[in-house]
Design a protein around this ligand. Structure first.
Ligand code: TRP
Ligand code: SF4
Length: 403
């Protein structure tokens, strides 16, 4: 699953949840920033995906979209390197979703684990909807639209990338041998010249009808030896000979993002729903006071009680923020009760506030001038629409709606 090289095209999306926290930053966004250095990246706000579950609560959507985008920019996601866009501003996604739906067996969608899981988890919502059932297919459209080779996702999203691969395979199988392809292949056969064309067609016939391997090799030799046809036609004829479809939509690979080990301010996993987050752009006083009251190793009731860093949620933050030599000193101090928890938390707080300052610095120009965010995103959307339109043109041709 992870073996695919990262150099290809990368696509990932995030639902607009509003302001992001440090779990998102260390878990997802830093990975995006790394990927944008070496690959062509598309990162988008999945606002339609949010509607599949939260269609009854659209009032906050706009705020959430822009807040989240500012956090992406604060993290260092660079609109000069990566294409940043909003799904609903590229309505081509809806057309591709629709066209893919024509060949998507209902069973494939019913079997996607999140369909039942989320219905269980979000009991208070009515998720027995067409939109929710189709949501993984919408995701497939997102991915296939940009011919992504790699899709950085968390564990829970891997089945959706797997579905995408199956959809691509099925689509190529059904439409990869469209009329236009057969016609072009026919032209290419003619291009071989009378004698070779006859040899090729007979050998192909024997191979396809009788599975005669010798005939296959013979036909292949005819293609390879021909000096009359272009390299593109040779490719086409090889596809024609093997009977497999042309690859209209390439199959993507999931690039598994390791689950963030970011603990929240209460020691549980950092999550908005636990109300235990440090936001990417937070108020320094709030961060200080909440970190200072964060629980530590329960064995350290008093300053004189020795502790064990491995039982302390604060330590998990140190693992992310603090250099290993400092950490060694602190661990020794904890175990011998040589230092108190306040002494231990101070250097950590400093690191976190340093990082906050960096994030705030990058965000500031966009916070001060929201029109700048809109400009950046508008040009990203434009670029996304261009790429999407190219893919869709091929897809329309393949499914027969371009005439
Ligand atoms: N479904 C993803 C989520 O809920 C978001 C998403 C939508 C996505 N389309 C995508 C992620 C395409 C990766 C690729 O988190
Ligand atoms: Fe945790 Fe540090 Fe206190 Fe040890 S000294 S319990 S590691 S906060």
């Amino acid at each position: 699953m992870n073996s695919e090289p990262e150099a290809g095209k990368i696509l990932s999306g995030m639902r607009p949840t509003g302001r992001l926290h440090l779990g998102h930053y260390h878990g997802v966004l830093k990975n995006w920033v790394r990927l944008q250095e070496r690959s062509q990246c598309f990162f988008f706000v999945a606002d339609w995906h949010a509607l599949t579950t939260h269609y009854d609560d659209p009032s906050e959507m706009g705020t959430h979209v822009w807040d989240m985008l500012v956090d992406w920019l604060a993290a260092g996601v660079d609109p000069e390197r990566a294409t940043l866009f909003i799904q609903s501003r590229v309505p081509q996604h809806a057309e591709l979703h629709l066209l893919l739906s024509m060949v998507t067996p209902l069973g494939w969608l019913l079997r996607v684990p999140s369909f039942k899981d989320q219905q269980q988890k979000l009991k208070e919502r009515d998720l027995a909807t067409y939109g929710f059932l189709g949501y993984p297919l919408l995701q497939s459209a997102d991915i296939l639209m940009y011919r992504a080779t790699g899709v950085p996702v968390g564990e829970d999203q891997v089945p959706h990338v797997e579905l995408t691969r199956e959809i691509a395979r099925r689509f190529n199988h059904i439409f990869g041998r469209d009329v236009a392809f057969e016609e072009k292949a026919g032209e290419a056969v003619k291009g071989l010249g009378k004698k070779l064309a006859k040899q090729f067609s007979q050998a192909r016939g024997r191979w396809q009808q009788e599975g005669d391997q010798e005939a296959h090799d013979q036909a292949l030799a005819v293609i390879q030896q021909s000096v009359n046809i272009s390299a593109e036609d040779k490719e086409r004829l090889i596809g024609f000979l093997d009977g497999g479809g042309r690859e209209i939509l390439p199959e993507p690979a999931a690039l598994l993002t390791p689950a963030a080990k970011m603990p929240g301010l209460d020691g549980q996993k950092m999550s908005k729903s636990y109300n235990n987050t440090i936001q990417m752009r937070d108020d320094p006083d709030r961060v200080s006071s909440r970190l200072m009251s964060m629980p530590t190793d329960p064995a350290r009731q008093r300053r004189t009680d020795p502790g064990d860093p491995e039982r302390c949620p604060v330590w998990e933050l140190h693992k992310i923020y603090t250099a290993s030599d400092t950490r060694e000193t602190l661990a020794a101090g904890c175990k011998s009760a040589g230092i108190g928890c306040v002494d231990c938390k101070k250097p950590l707080l400093e690191k976190i506030l340093e990082e906050q300052a960096e994030l705030q610095d990058r965000a500031r120009p966009f916070e001060q001038n929201p029109a700048r965010v809109r400009e950046v995103i508008e040009s990203g959307c434009e670029r996304a629409r261009e790429v999407a339109e190219e893919t869709l043109n091929e897809v329309r041709l393949a499914v027969g709606t371009k005439y």
